[in-house]
Design a protein around this ligand. Sequence first.
Ligand code: HEM
Ligand SMILES: *[C@@H]1O[C@H](CO)[C@@H](O)[C@H](O)[C@H]1NC(C)=O
Ligand SMILES: CC(=O)N[C@H]1CO[C@H](CO)[C@@H](O)[C@@H]1O
Length: 512
Amino acid sequence: MESLSWAISTLALIFATLTLLSKLFIRKSPKLKLKFPPGPKPWPIIGNLNLIGPLPHQSLHKLSQTYGPIMQLKFGSYPVVIASSPEIAKQILRTHDHVFASRPQTAAGKYTTYNYLNITWAPHGPYWRQGRKFYLSELFNSKRLDSFEYVRVEENRAFLSRLCALSGKPVTLKEHLSRLTLSIISRIVLGKKYFSVSEFDSSIVTLDEFQEMLDELFLLNGVLNIGDWIPWLDFLDLQGYVKRMKSLKEKFDRFHDHVFGEHRANKEGVKEFVPKDMVDVLLKLADDPNIEVKLNYDSVKGFTQDLIAGGTDTSATTVEWAMSELMKQPHLIEKATEELDRVIGRERWVEEKDIAQLPYIDAIMKETMRKHPVAVMLAPHLALEDCNVEGYDIRKGTRVFINTWSIGRNSSVWEAPEEFKPDRFLGKAIDVKGHNFELLPFGSGRRMCPGYSLGLKLIRSSIANMLHGFNWKLPENMKPEDLNMDEVYGLATPRKFPLVAIVEPRLPIHLY
Ligand code: HEM
Ligand SMILES: *[C@@H]1O[C@H](CO)[C@@H](O)[C@H](O)[C@H]1NC(C)=O
Ligand SMILES: CC(=O)N[C@H]1CO[C@H](CO)[C@@H](O)[C@@H]1O
């Protein structure tokens, strides 16, 4: 301890001397005066990282109360701009969309996503543009999504039966929701589940192992890795994240090689091969000599991984938040089931085509996305050139975050923002598709989530059927006010304490 504080005071002394000397001897070169967004004064080396707690979006939310809806901080060596009002978000994601369409290159992008060969972390350019086009035209077109409706129906039924089998006992909902979304996404993307749930069937991974890989992927993509912000410390890998990223990449490599091997084998010798899942589509594109930017094997891995990672945790986390908020206010569940009984009746499950007739379910989903956007600050954007936003200069290379969590809690934007009130959306034309900048769960503009329509389908039908199929109770001697709503930060921001609930079937038992 002694020697540490001695070292620090020596460093401080040297630093003070150097600053003084530089003030005396280095004359500032005459420069055009730039006006940066307001923000706290940065320290050397760490910048403002000392102000960022374990929940960065909340720390930044508090800072925005002092510095306003557009502020500039320094994370290590890099300037970072935080937008926290709908007006500034619109400036960045619509007015100057083309300027902010890139992503910073982080260790997570480099190690966990095949050297940025994927879409989420790909910089703006022909590769990304083409990838985005594949996503929208080949993978997420409504015909293809509709063709997978049977997968969503089958997996939802299996999920509801598993819950029913556990009625009367406390269940950790998130485990079941993750298995549901992972099963659906795996079947749509990979053609089958590729993970085993019992020790008797042999698959390349077990469900638990696969879930662990995905949790690790999410964690490592959300962490503040020091080397990304203070490059000359990168080689030390102080937090050990880079080591974990490399080991995770090896696991995913083995998984993808196995999956692609099977897909190639199924295709072997088949004339007029018809793609059955998204990996088939991607491998077909990779074999196509006529496309603008050639896709290689690694790119297909990157795409596949993006699809699996982007789709599973996001949807499961949102549904867990929705159920938690509802269980805090049981009268909201009554209102939802009244609608379900009236529109659907008790003799069948809710189908995707019914959703348009269920405005209250839709309102519950939107209210959940307002209060608990899973990507609290979207994914980082990067300024490709100098730009002026609302009179402030933002330099090329600045990283930009849109704090949607903060926008959702701003009382000038939302009445009583702390309250969970789905009714606020009834009869309002606010959507979640990037047109209303006060509600941006999927972002907006060129970098907006390409999987939003699938995400919405997954979330709406699971919320609707969970409410339709079961009565929901908290475990014995737990009251709604005891339900803790703390968050943990990551690429998705889930509950700190998983929701545990007790279900009882509400529909005739032959339906389960
Ligand atoms: C509740 C569900 C979901 C939410 C809340 C969500 C949210 C988001 C957000 C906020 C972004 C970043 C937008 C930005 O940077 O401005 C994003 C990007 C992305 N999402 Fe989603 N997402 C969801 C579901 C999905 C699904 C189902 C998939 C695919 C199967 C998916 C794939 C992606 C991909 C590939 C990107 C990167 C796009 C790019 O950089 O161009 N997401 N998502
Ligand atoms: C809240 O929203 C209003 C209206 O968009 C905006 O002017 C204000 O700066 C926001 N507050 C913060 C703390 O960002
Ligand atoms: C960073 C980046 O965009 N890297 C590569 C993405 O993939 C294409 C095609 O493989 C490369 O040309 C890019 O350099």
